[in-house]
Design a protein around this ligand. Structure first.
Ligand code: COI
Length: 375
């Protein structure tokens, strides 16, 4: 890593210029691309290019490039296939009314990528290289950004251990890639309340584990509970902390908030096994500015159950980059089944959602300096 690049974390133009761009000579025809952008289904379609960097233990990060999107060749012995040495991020590029393209707090994703890398014994990628790879890709595929309500270009940076070696130790060769996908709402059918199953049978993470890191293994651990719950009509699973008197953690891919009838808002405190959501921390800030009493707490399942059954909880919502803010209409486990706010989106939830999405889409002033111009 050149010290020059280390110092350029605030100038997107400067960090993006380090990436060599090879424009594909076979982009998707414009009419096909526009048809795909018009009806984006989360994470199913990918843009023409991908950004890429390579790390070798003796050379550090190198090979900053943007190239045609496509399959990557890996040795079957690559460590990522065997020990899951992998991390990823999720952020979005938004097209504003004046045509400019912006991202929401991307440096927070970059910092979390560094923390995740440390936990998974992967090499750290500088904030500058993270932002540069994202911006270089967005600039190459700027025509892929969909417009319209809830639409954005979802960016997926990820890092994989590529060294072909079956011994259990950190890989000496690693690849960082960024791919992009035009998206609409995460849940099919648009923004509507989702039903959540609270799992007492499975945990996704535990203290000292990898729950705070954004790594594939955490999500793999959530799949079996997810399909089991889906069979009973639930959209997502809420995970507990696996302790004797279990506490609420997160929904695997989303953090969770509860709004009480007295106006107070609570969310599970960062326990060491909960993802530090960028959307979560932004929502905490927006709620505090409304002079609402908001706290990050240890919320035991027993206390949540009591609050739900007594009717103390007025609204609940899930949040994340992909889900933005998604109202929760029902919470259930083996012992209880409670409909929240009559199964309708709550007013507070939808107000905060509107404020957040207005900022992201340039419809309200960016008072916090949360937006970074990408193109
Ligand atoms: C995101 O919100 O960006 C995530 O990575 C979570 C996943 C459910 C898509």
């Amino acid at each position: 890593m050149s010290s020059e690049l280390e110092n350029l974390t605030t100038s997107i133009d400067e960090v993006a210029q380090f990436f060599d761009v090879t424009v594909t000579d076979t982009p998707l025809p414009v009419d096909e691309r526009e048809a795909l952008k018009a009806k984006p289904k989360f994470g199913t379609v990918f843009s023409d290019h991908m950004a890429r960097m390579t790390w070798r233990e003796d050379e550090g990060w190198d090979g900053r490039r943007v190239e045609k999107y496509g399959p990557i060749a890996l040795d079957p012995a690559a460590a990522v296939f065997h020990y899951g040495q992998e991390i990823f991020e999720g952020l979005k590029a938004y097209r504003h009314a004046d045509g400019s393209v912006w991202s929401f707090r991307p440096e927070e994703n970059a910092k979390r990528y560094i923390r995740s890398a440390r936990r998974l014994a992967l090499p750290e990628l500088s904030v500058g290289d993270f932002l540069g790879s994202v911006a270089a890709l967005v600039r190459a595929d700027v025509e892929w950004i969909p417009t319209g309500e809830e639409a954005a270009l979802y960016l997926r940076p990820f890092m994989i251990a590529t060294e072909a070696f079956l011994g259990v130790r950190p890989a000496r060769e690693v690849e960082h890639l960024v791919i992009a996908s035009p998206v609409g709402p995460y849940f099919s059918g648009g923004v509507h309340p989702v039903n959540i199953w609270i799992s007492q049978d499975y945990a996704r993470a535990s203290r000292g584990g990898t729950g705070e890191a954004k790594c594939g293994g955490n999500y793999a651990a959530s799949l079996l509970p997810q399909i089991t719950a889906a069979k009973d009509g639930f959209d997502q699973v809420c995970f507990l902390d696996g302790q004797v008197d279990p506490a609420i953690e997160e929904l695997g891919g989303m953090n969770v908030f509860f709004v009480k009838h007295n106006g107070d808002v609570v969310t599970p405190a960062l326990s060491g096994s909960i993802l530090h959501g960028v959307t979560r921390s932004s929502i905490l800030q927006l709620i505090k500015e409304r002079n609402v009493n908001v706290s990050e707490e240890h919320i035991s399942l027993a206390s949540l159950k009591a609050m739900l059954e007594s009717g103390e909880i007025a609204e609940a919502f899930a949040c994340g980059t992909a889900a933005v803010i998604t109202p929760i209409g029902r919470l259930a486990d083996h012992d209880f089944d409670v409909t929240i706010n009559g199964g309708e989106p709550g007013k507070f939830t939808m107000d905060v959602r509107e404020e957040l999405t207005d900022i992201q889409n340039g419809r309200r002033p960016d008072r916090h300096g949360w937006l970074t111009r990408l193109a």
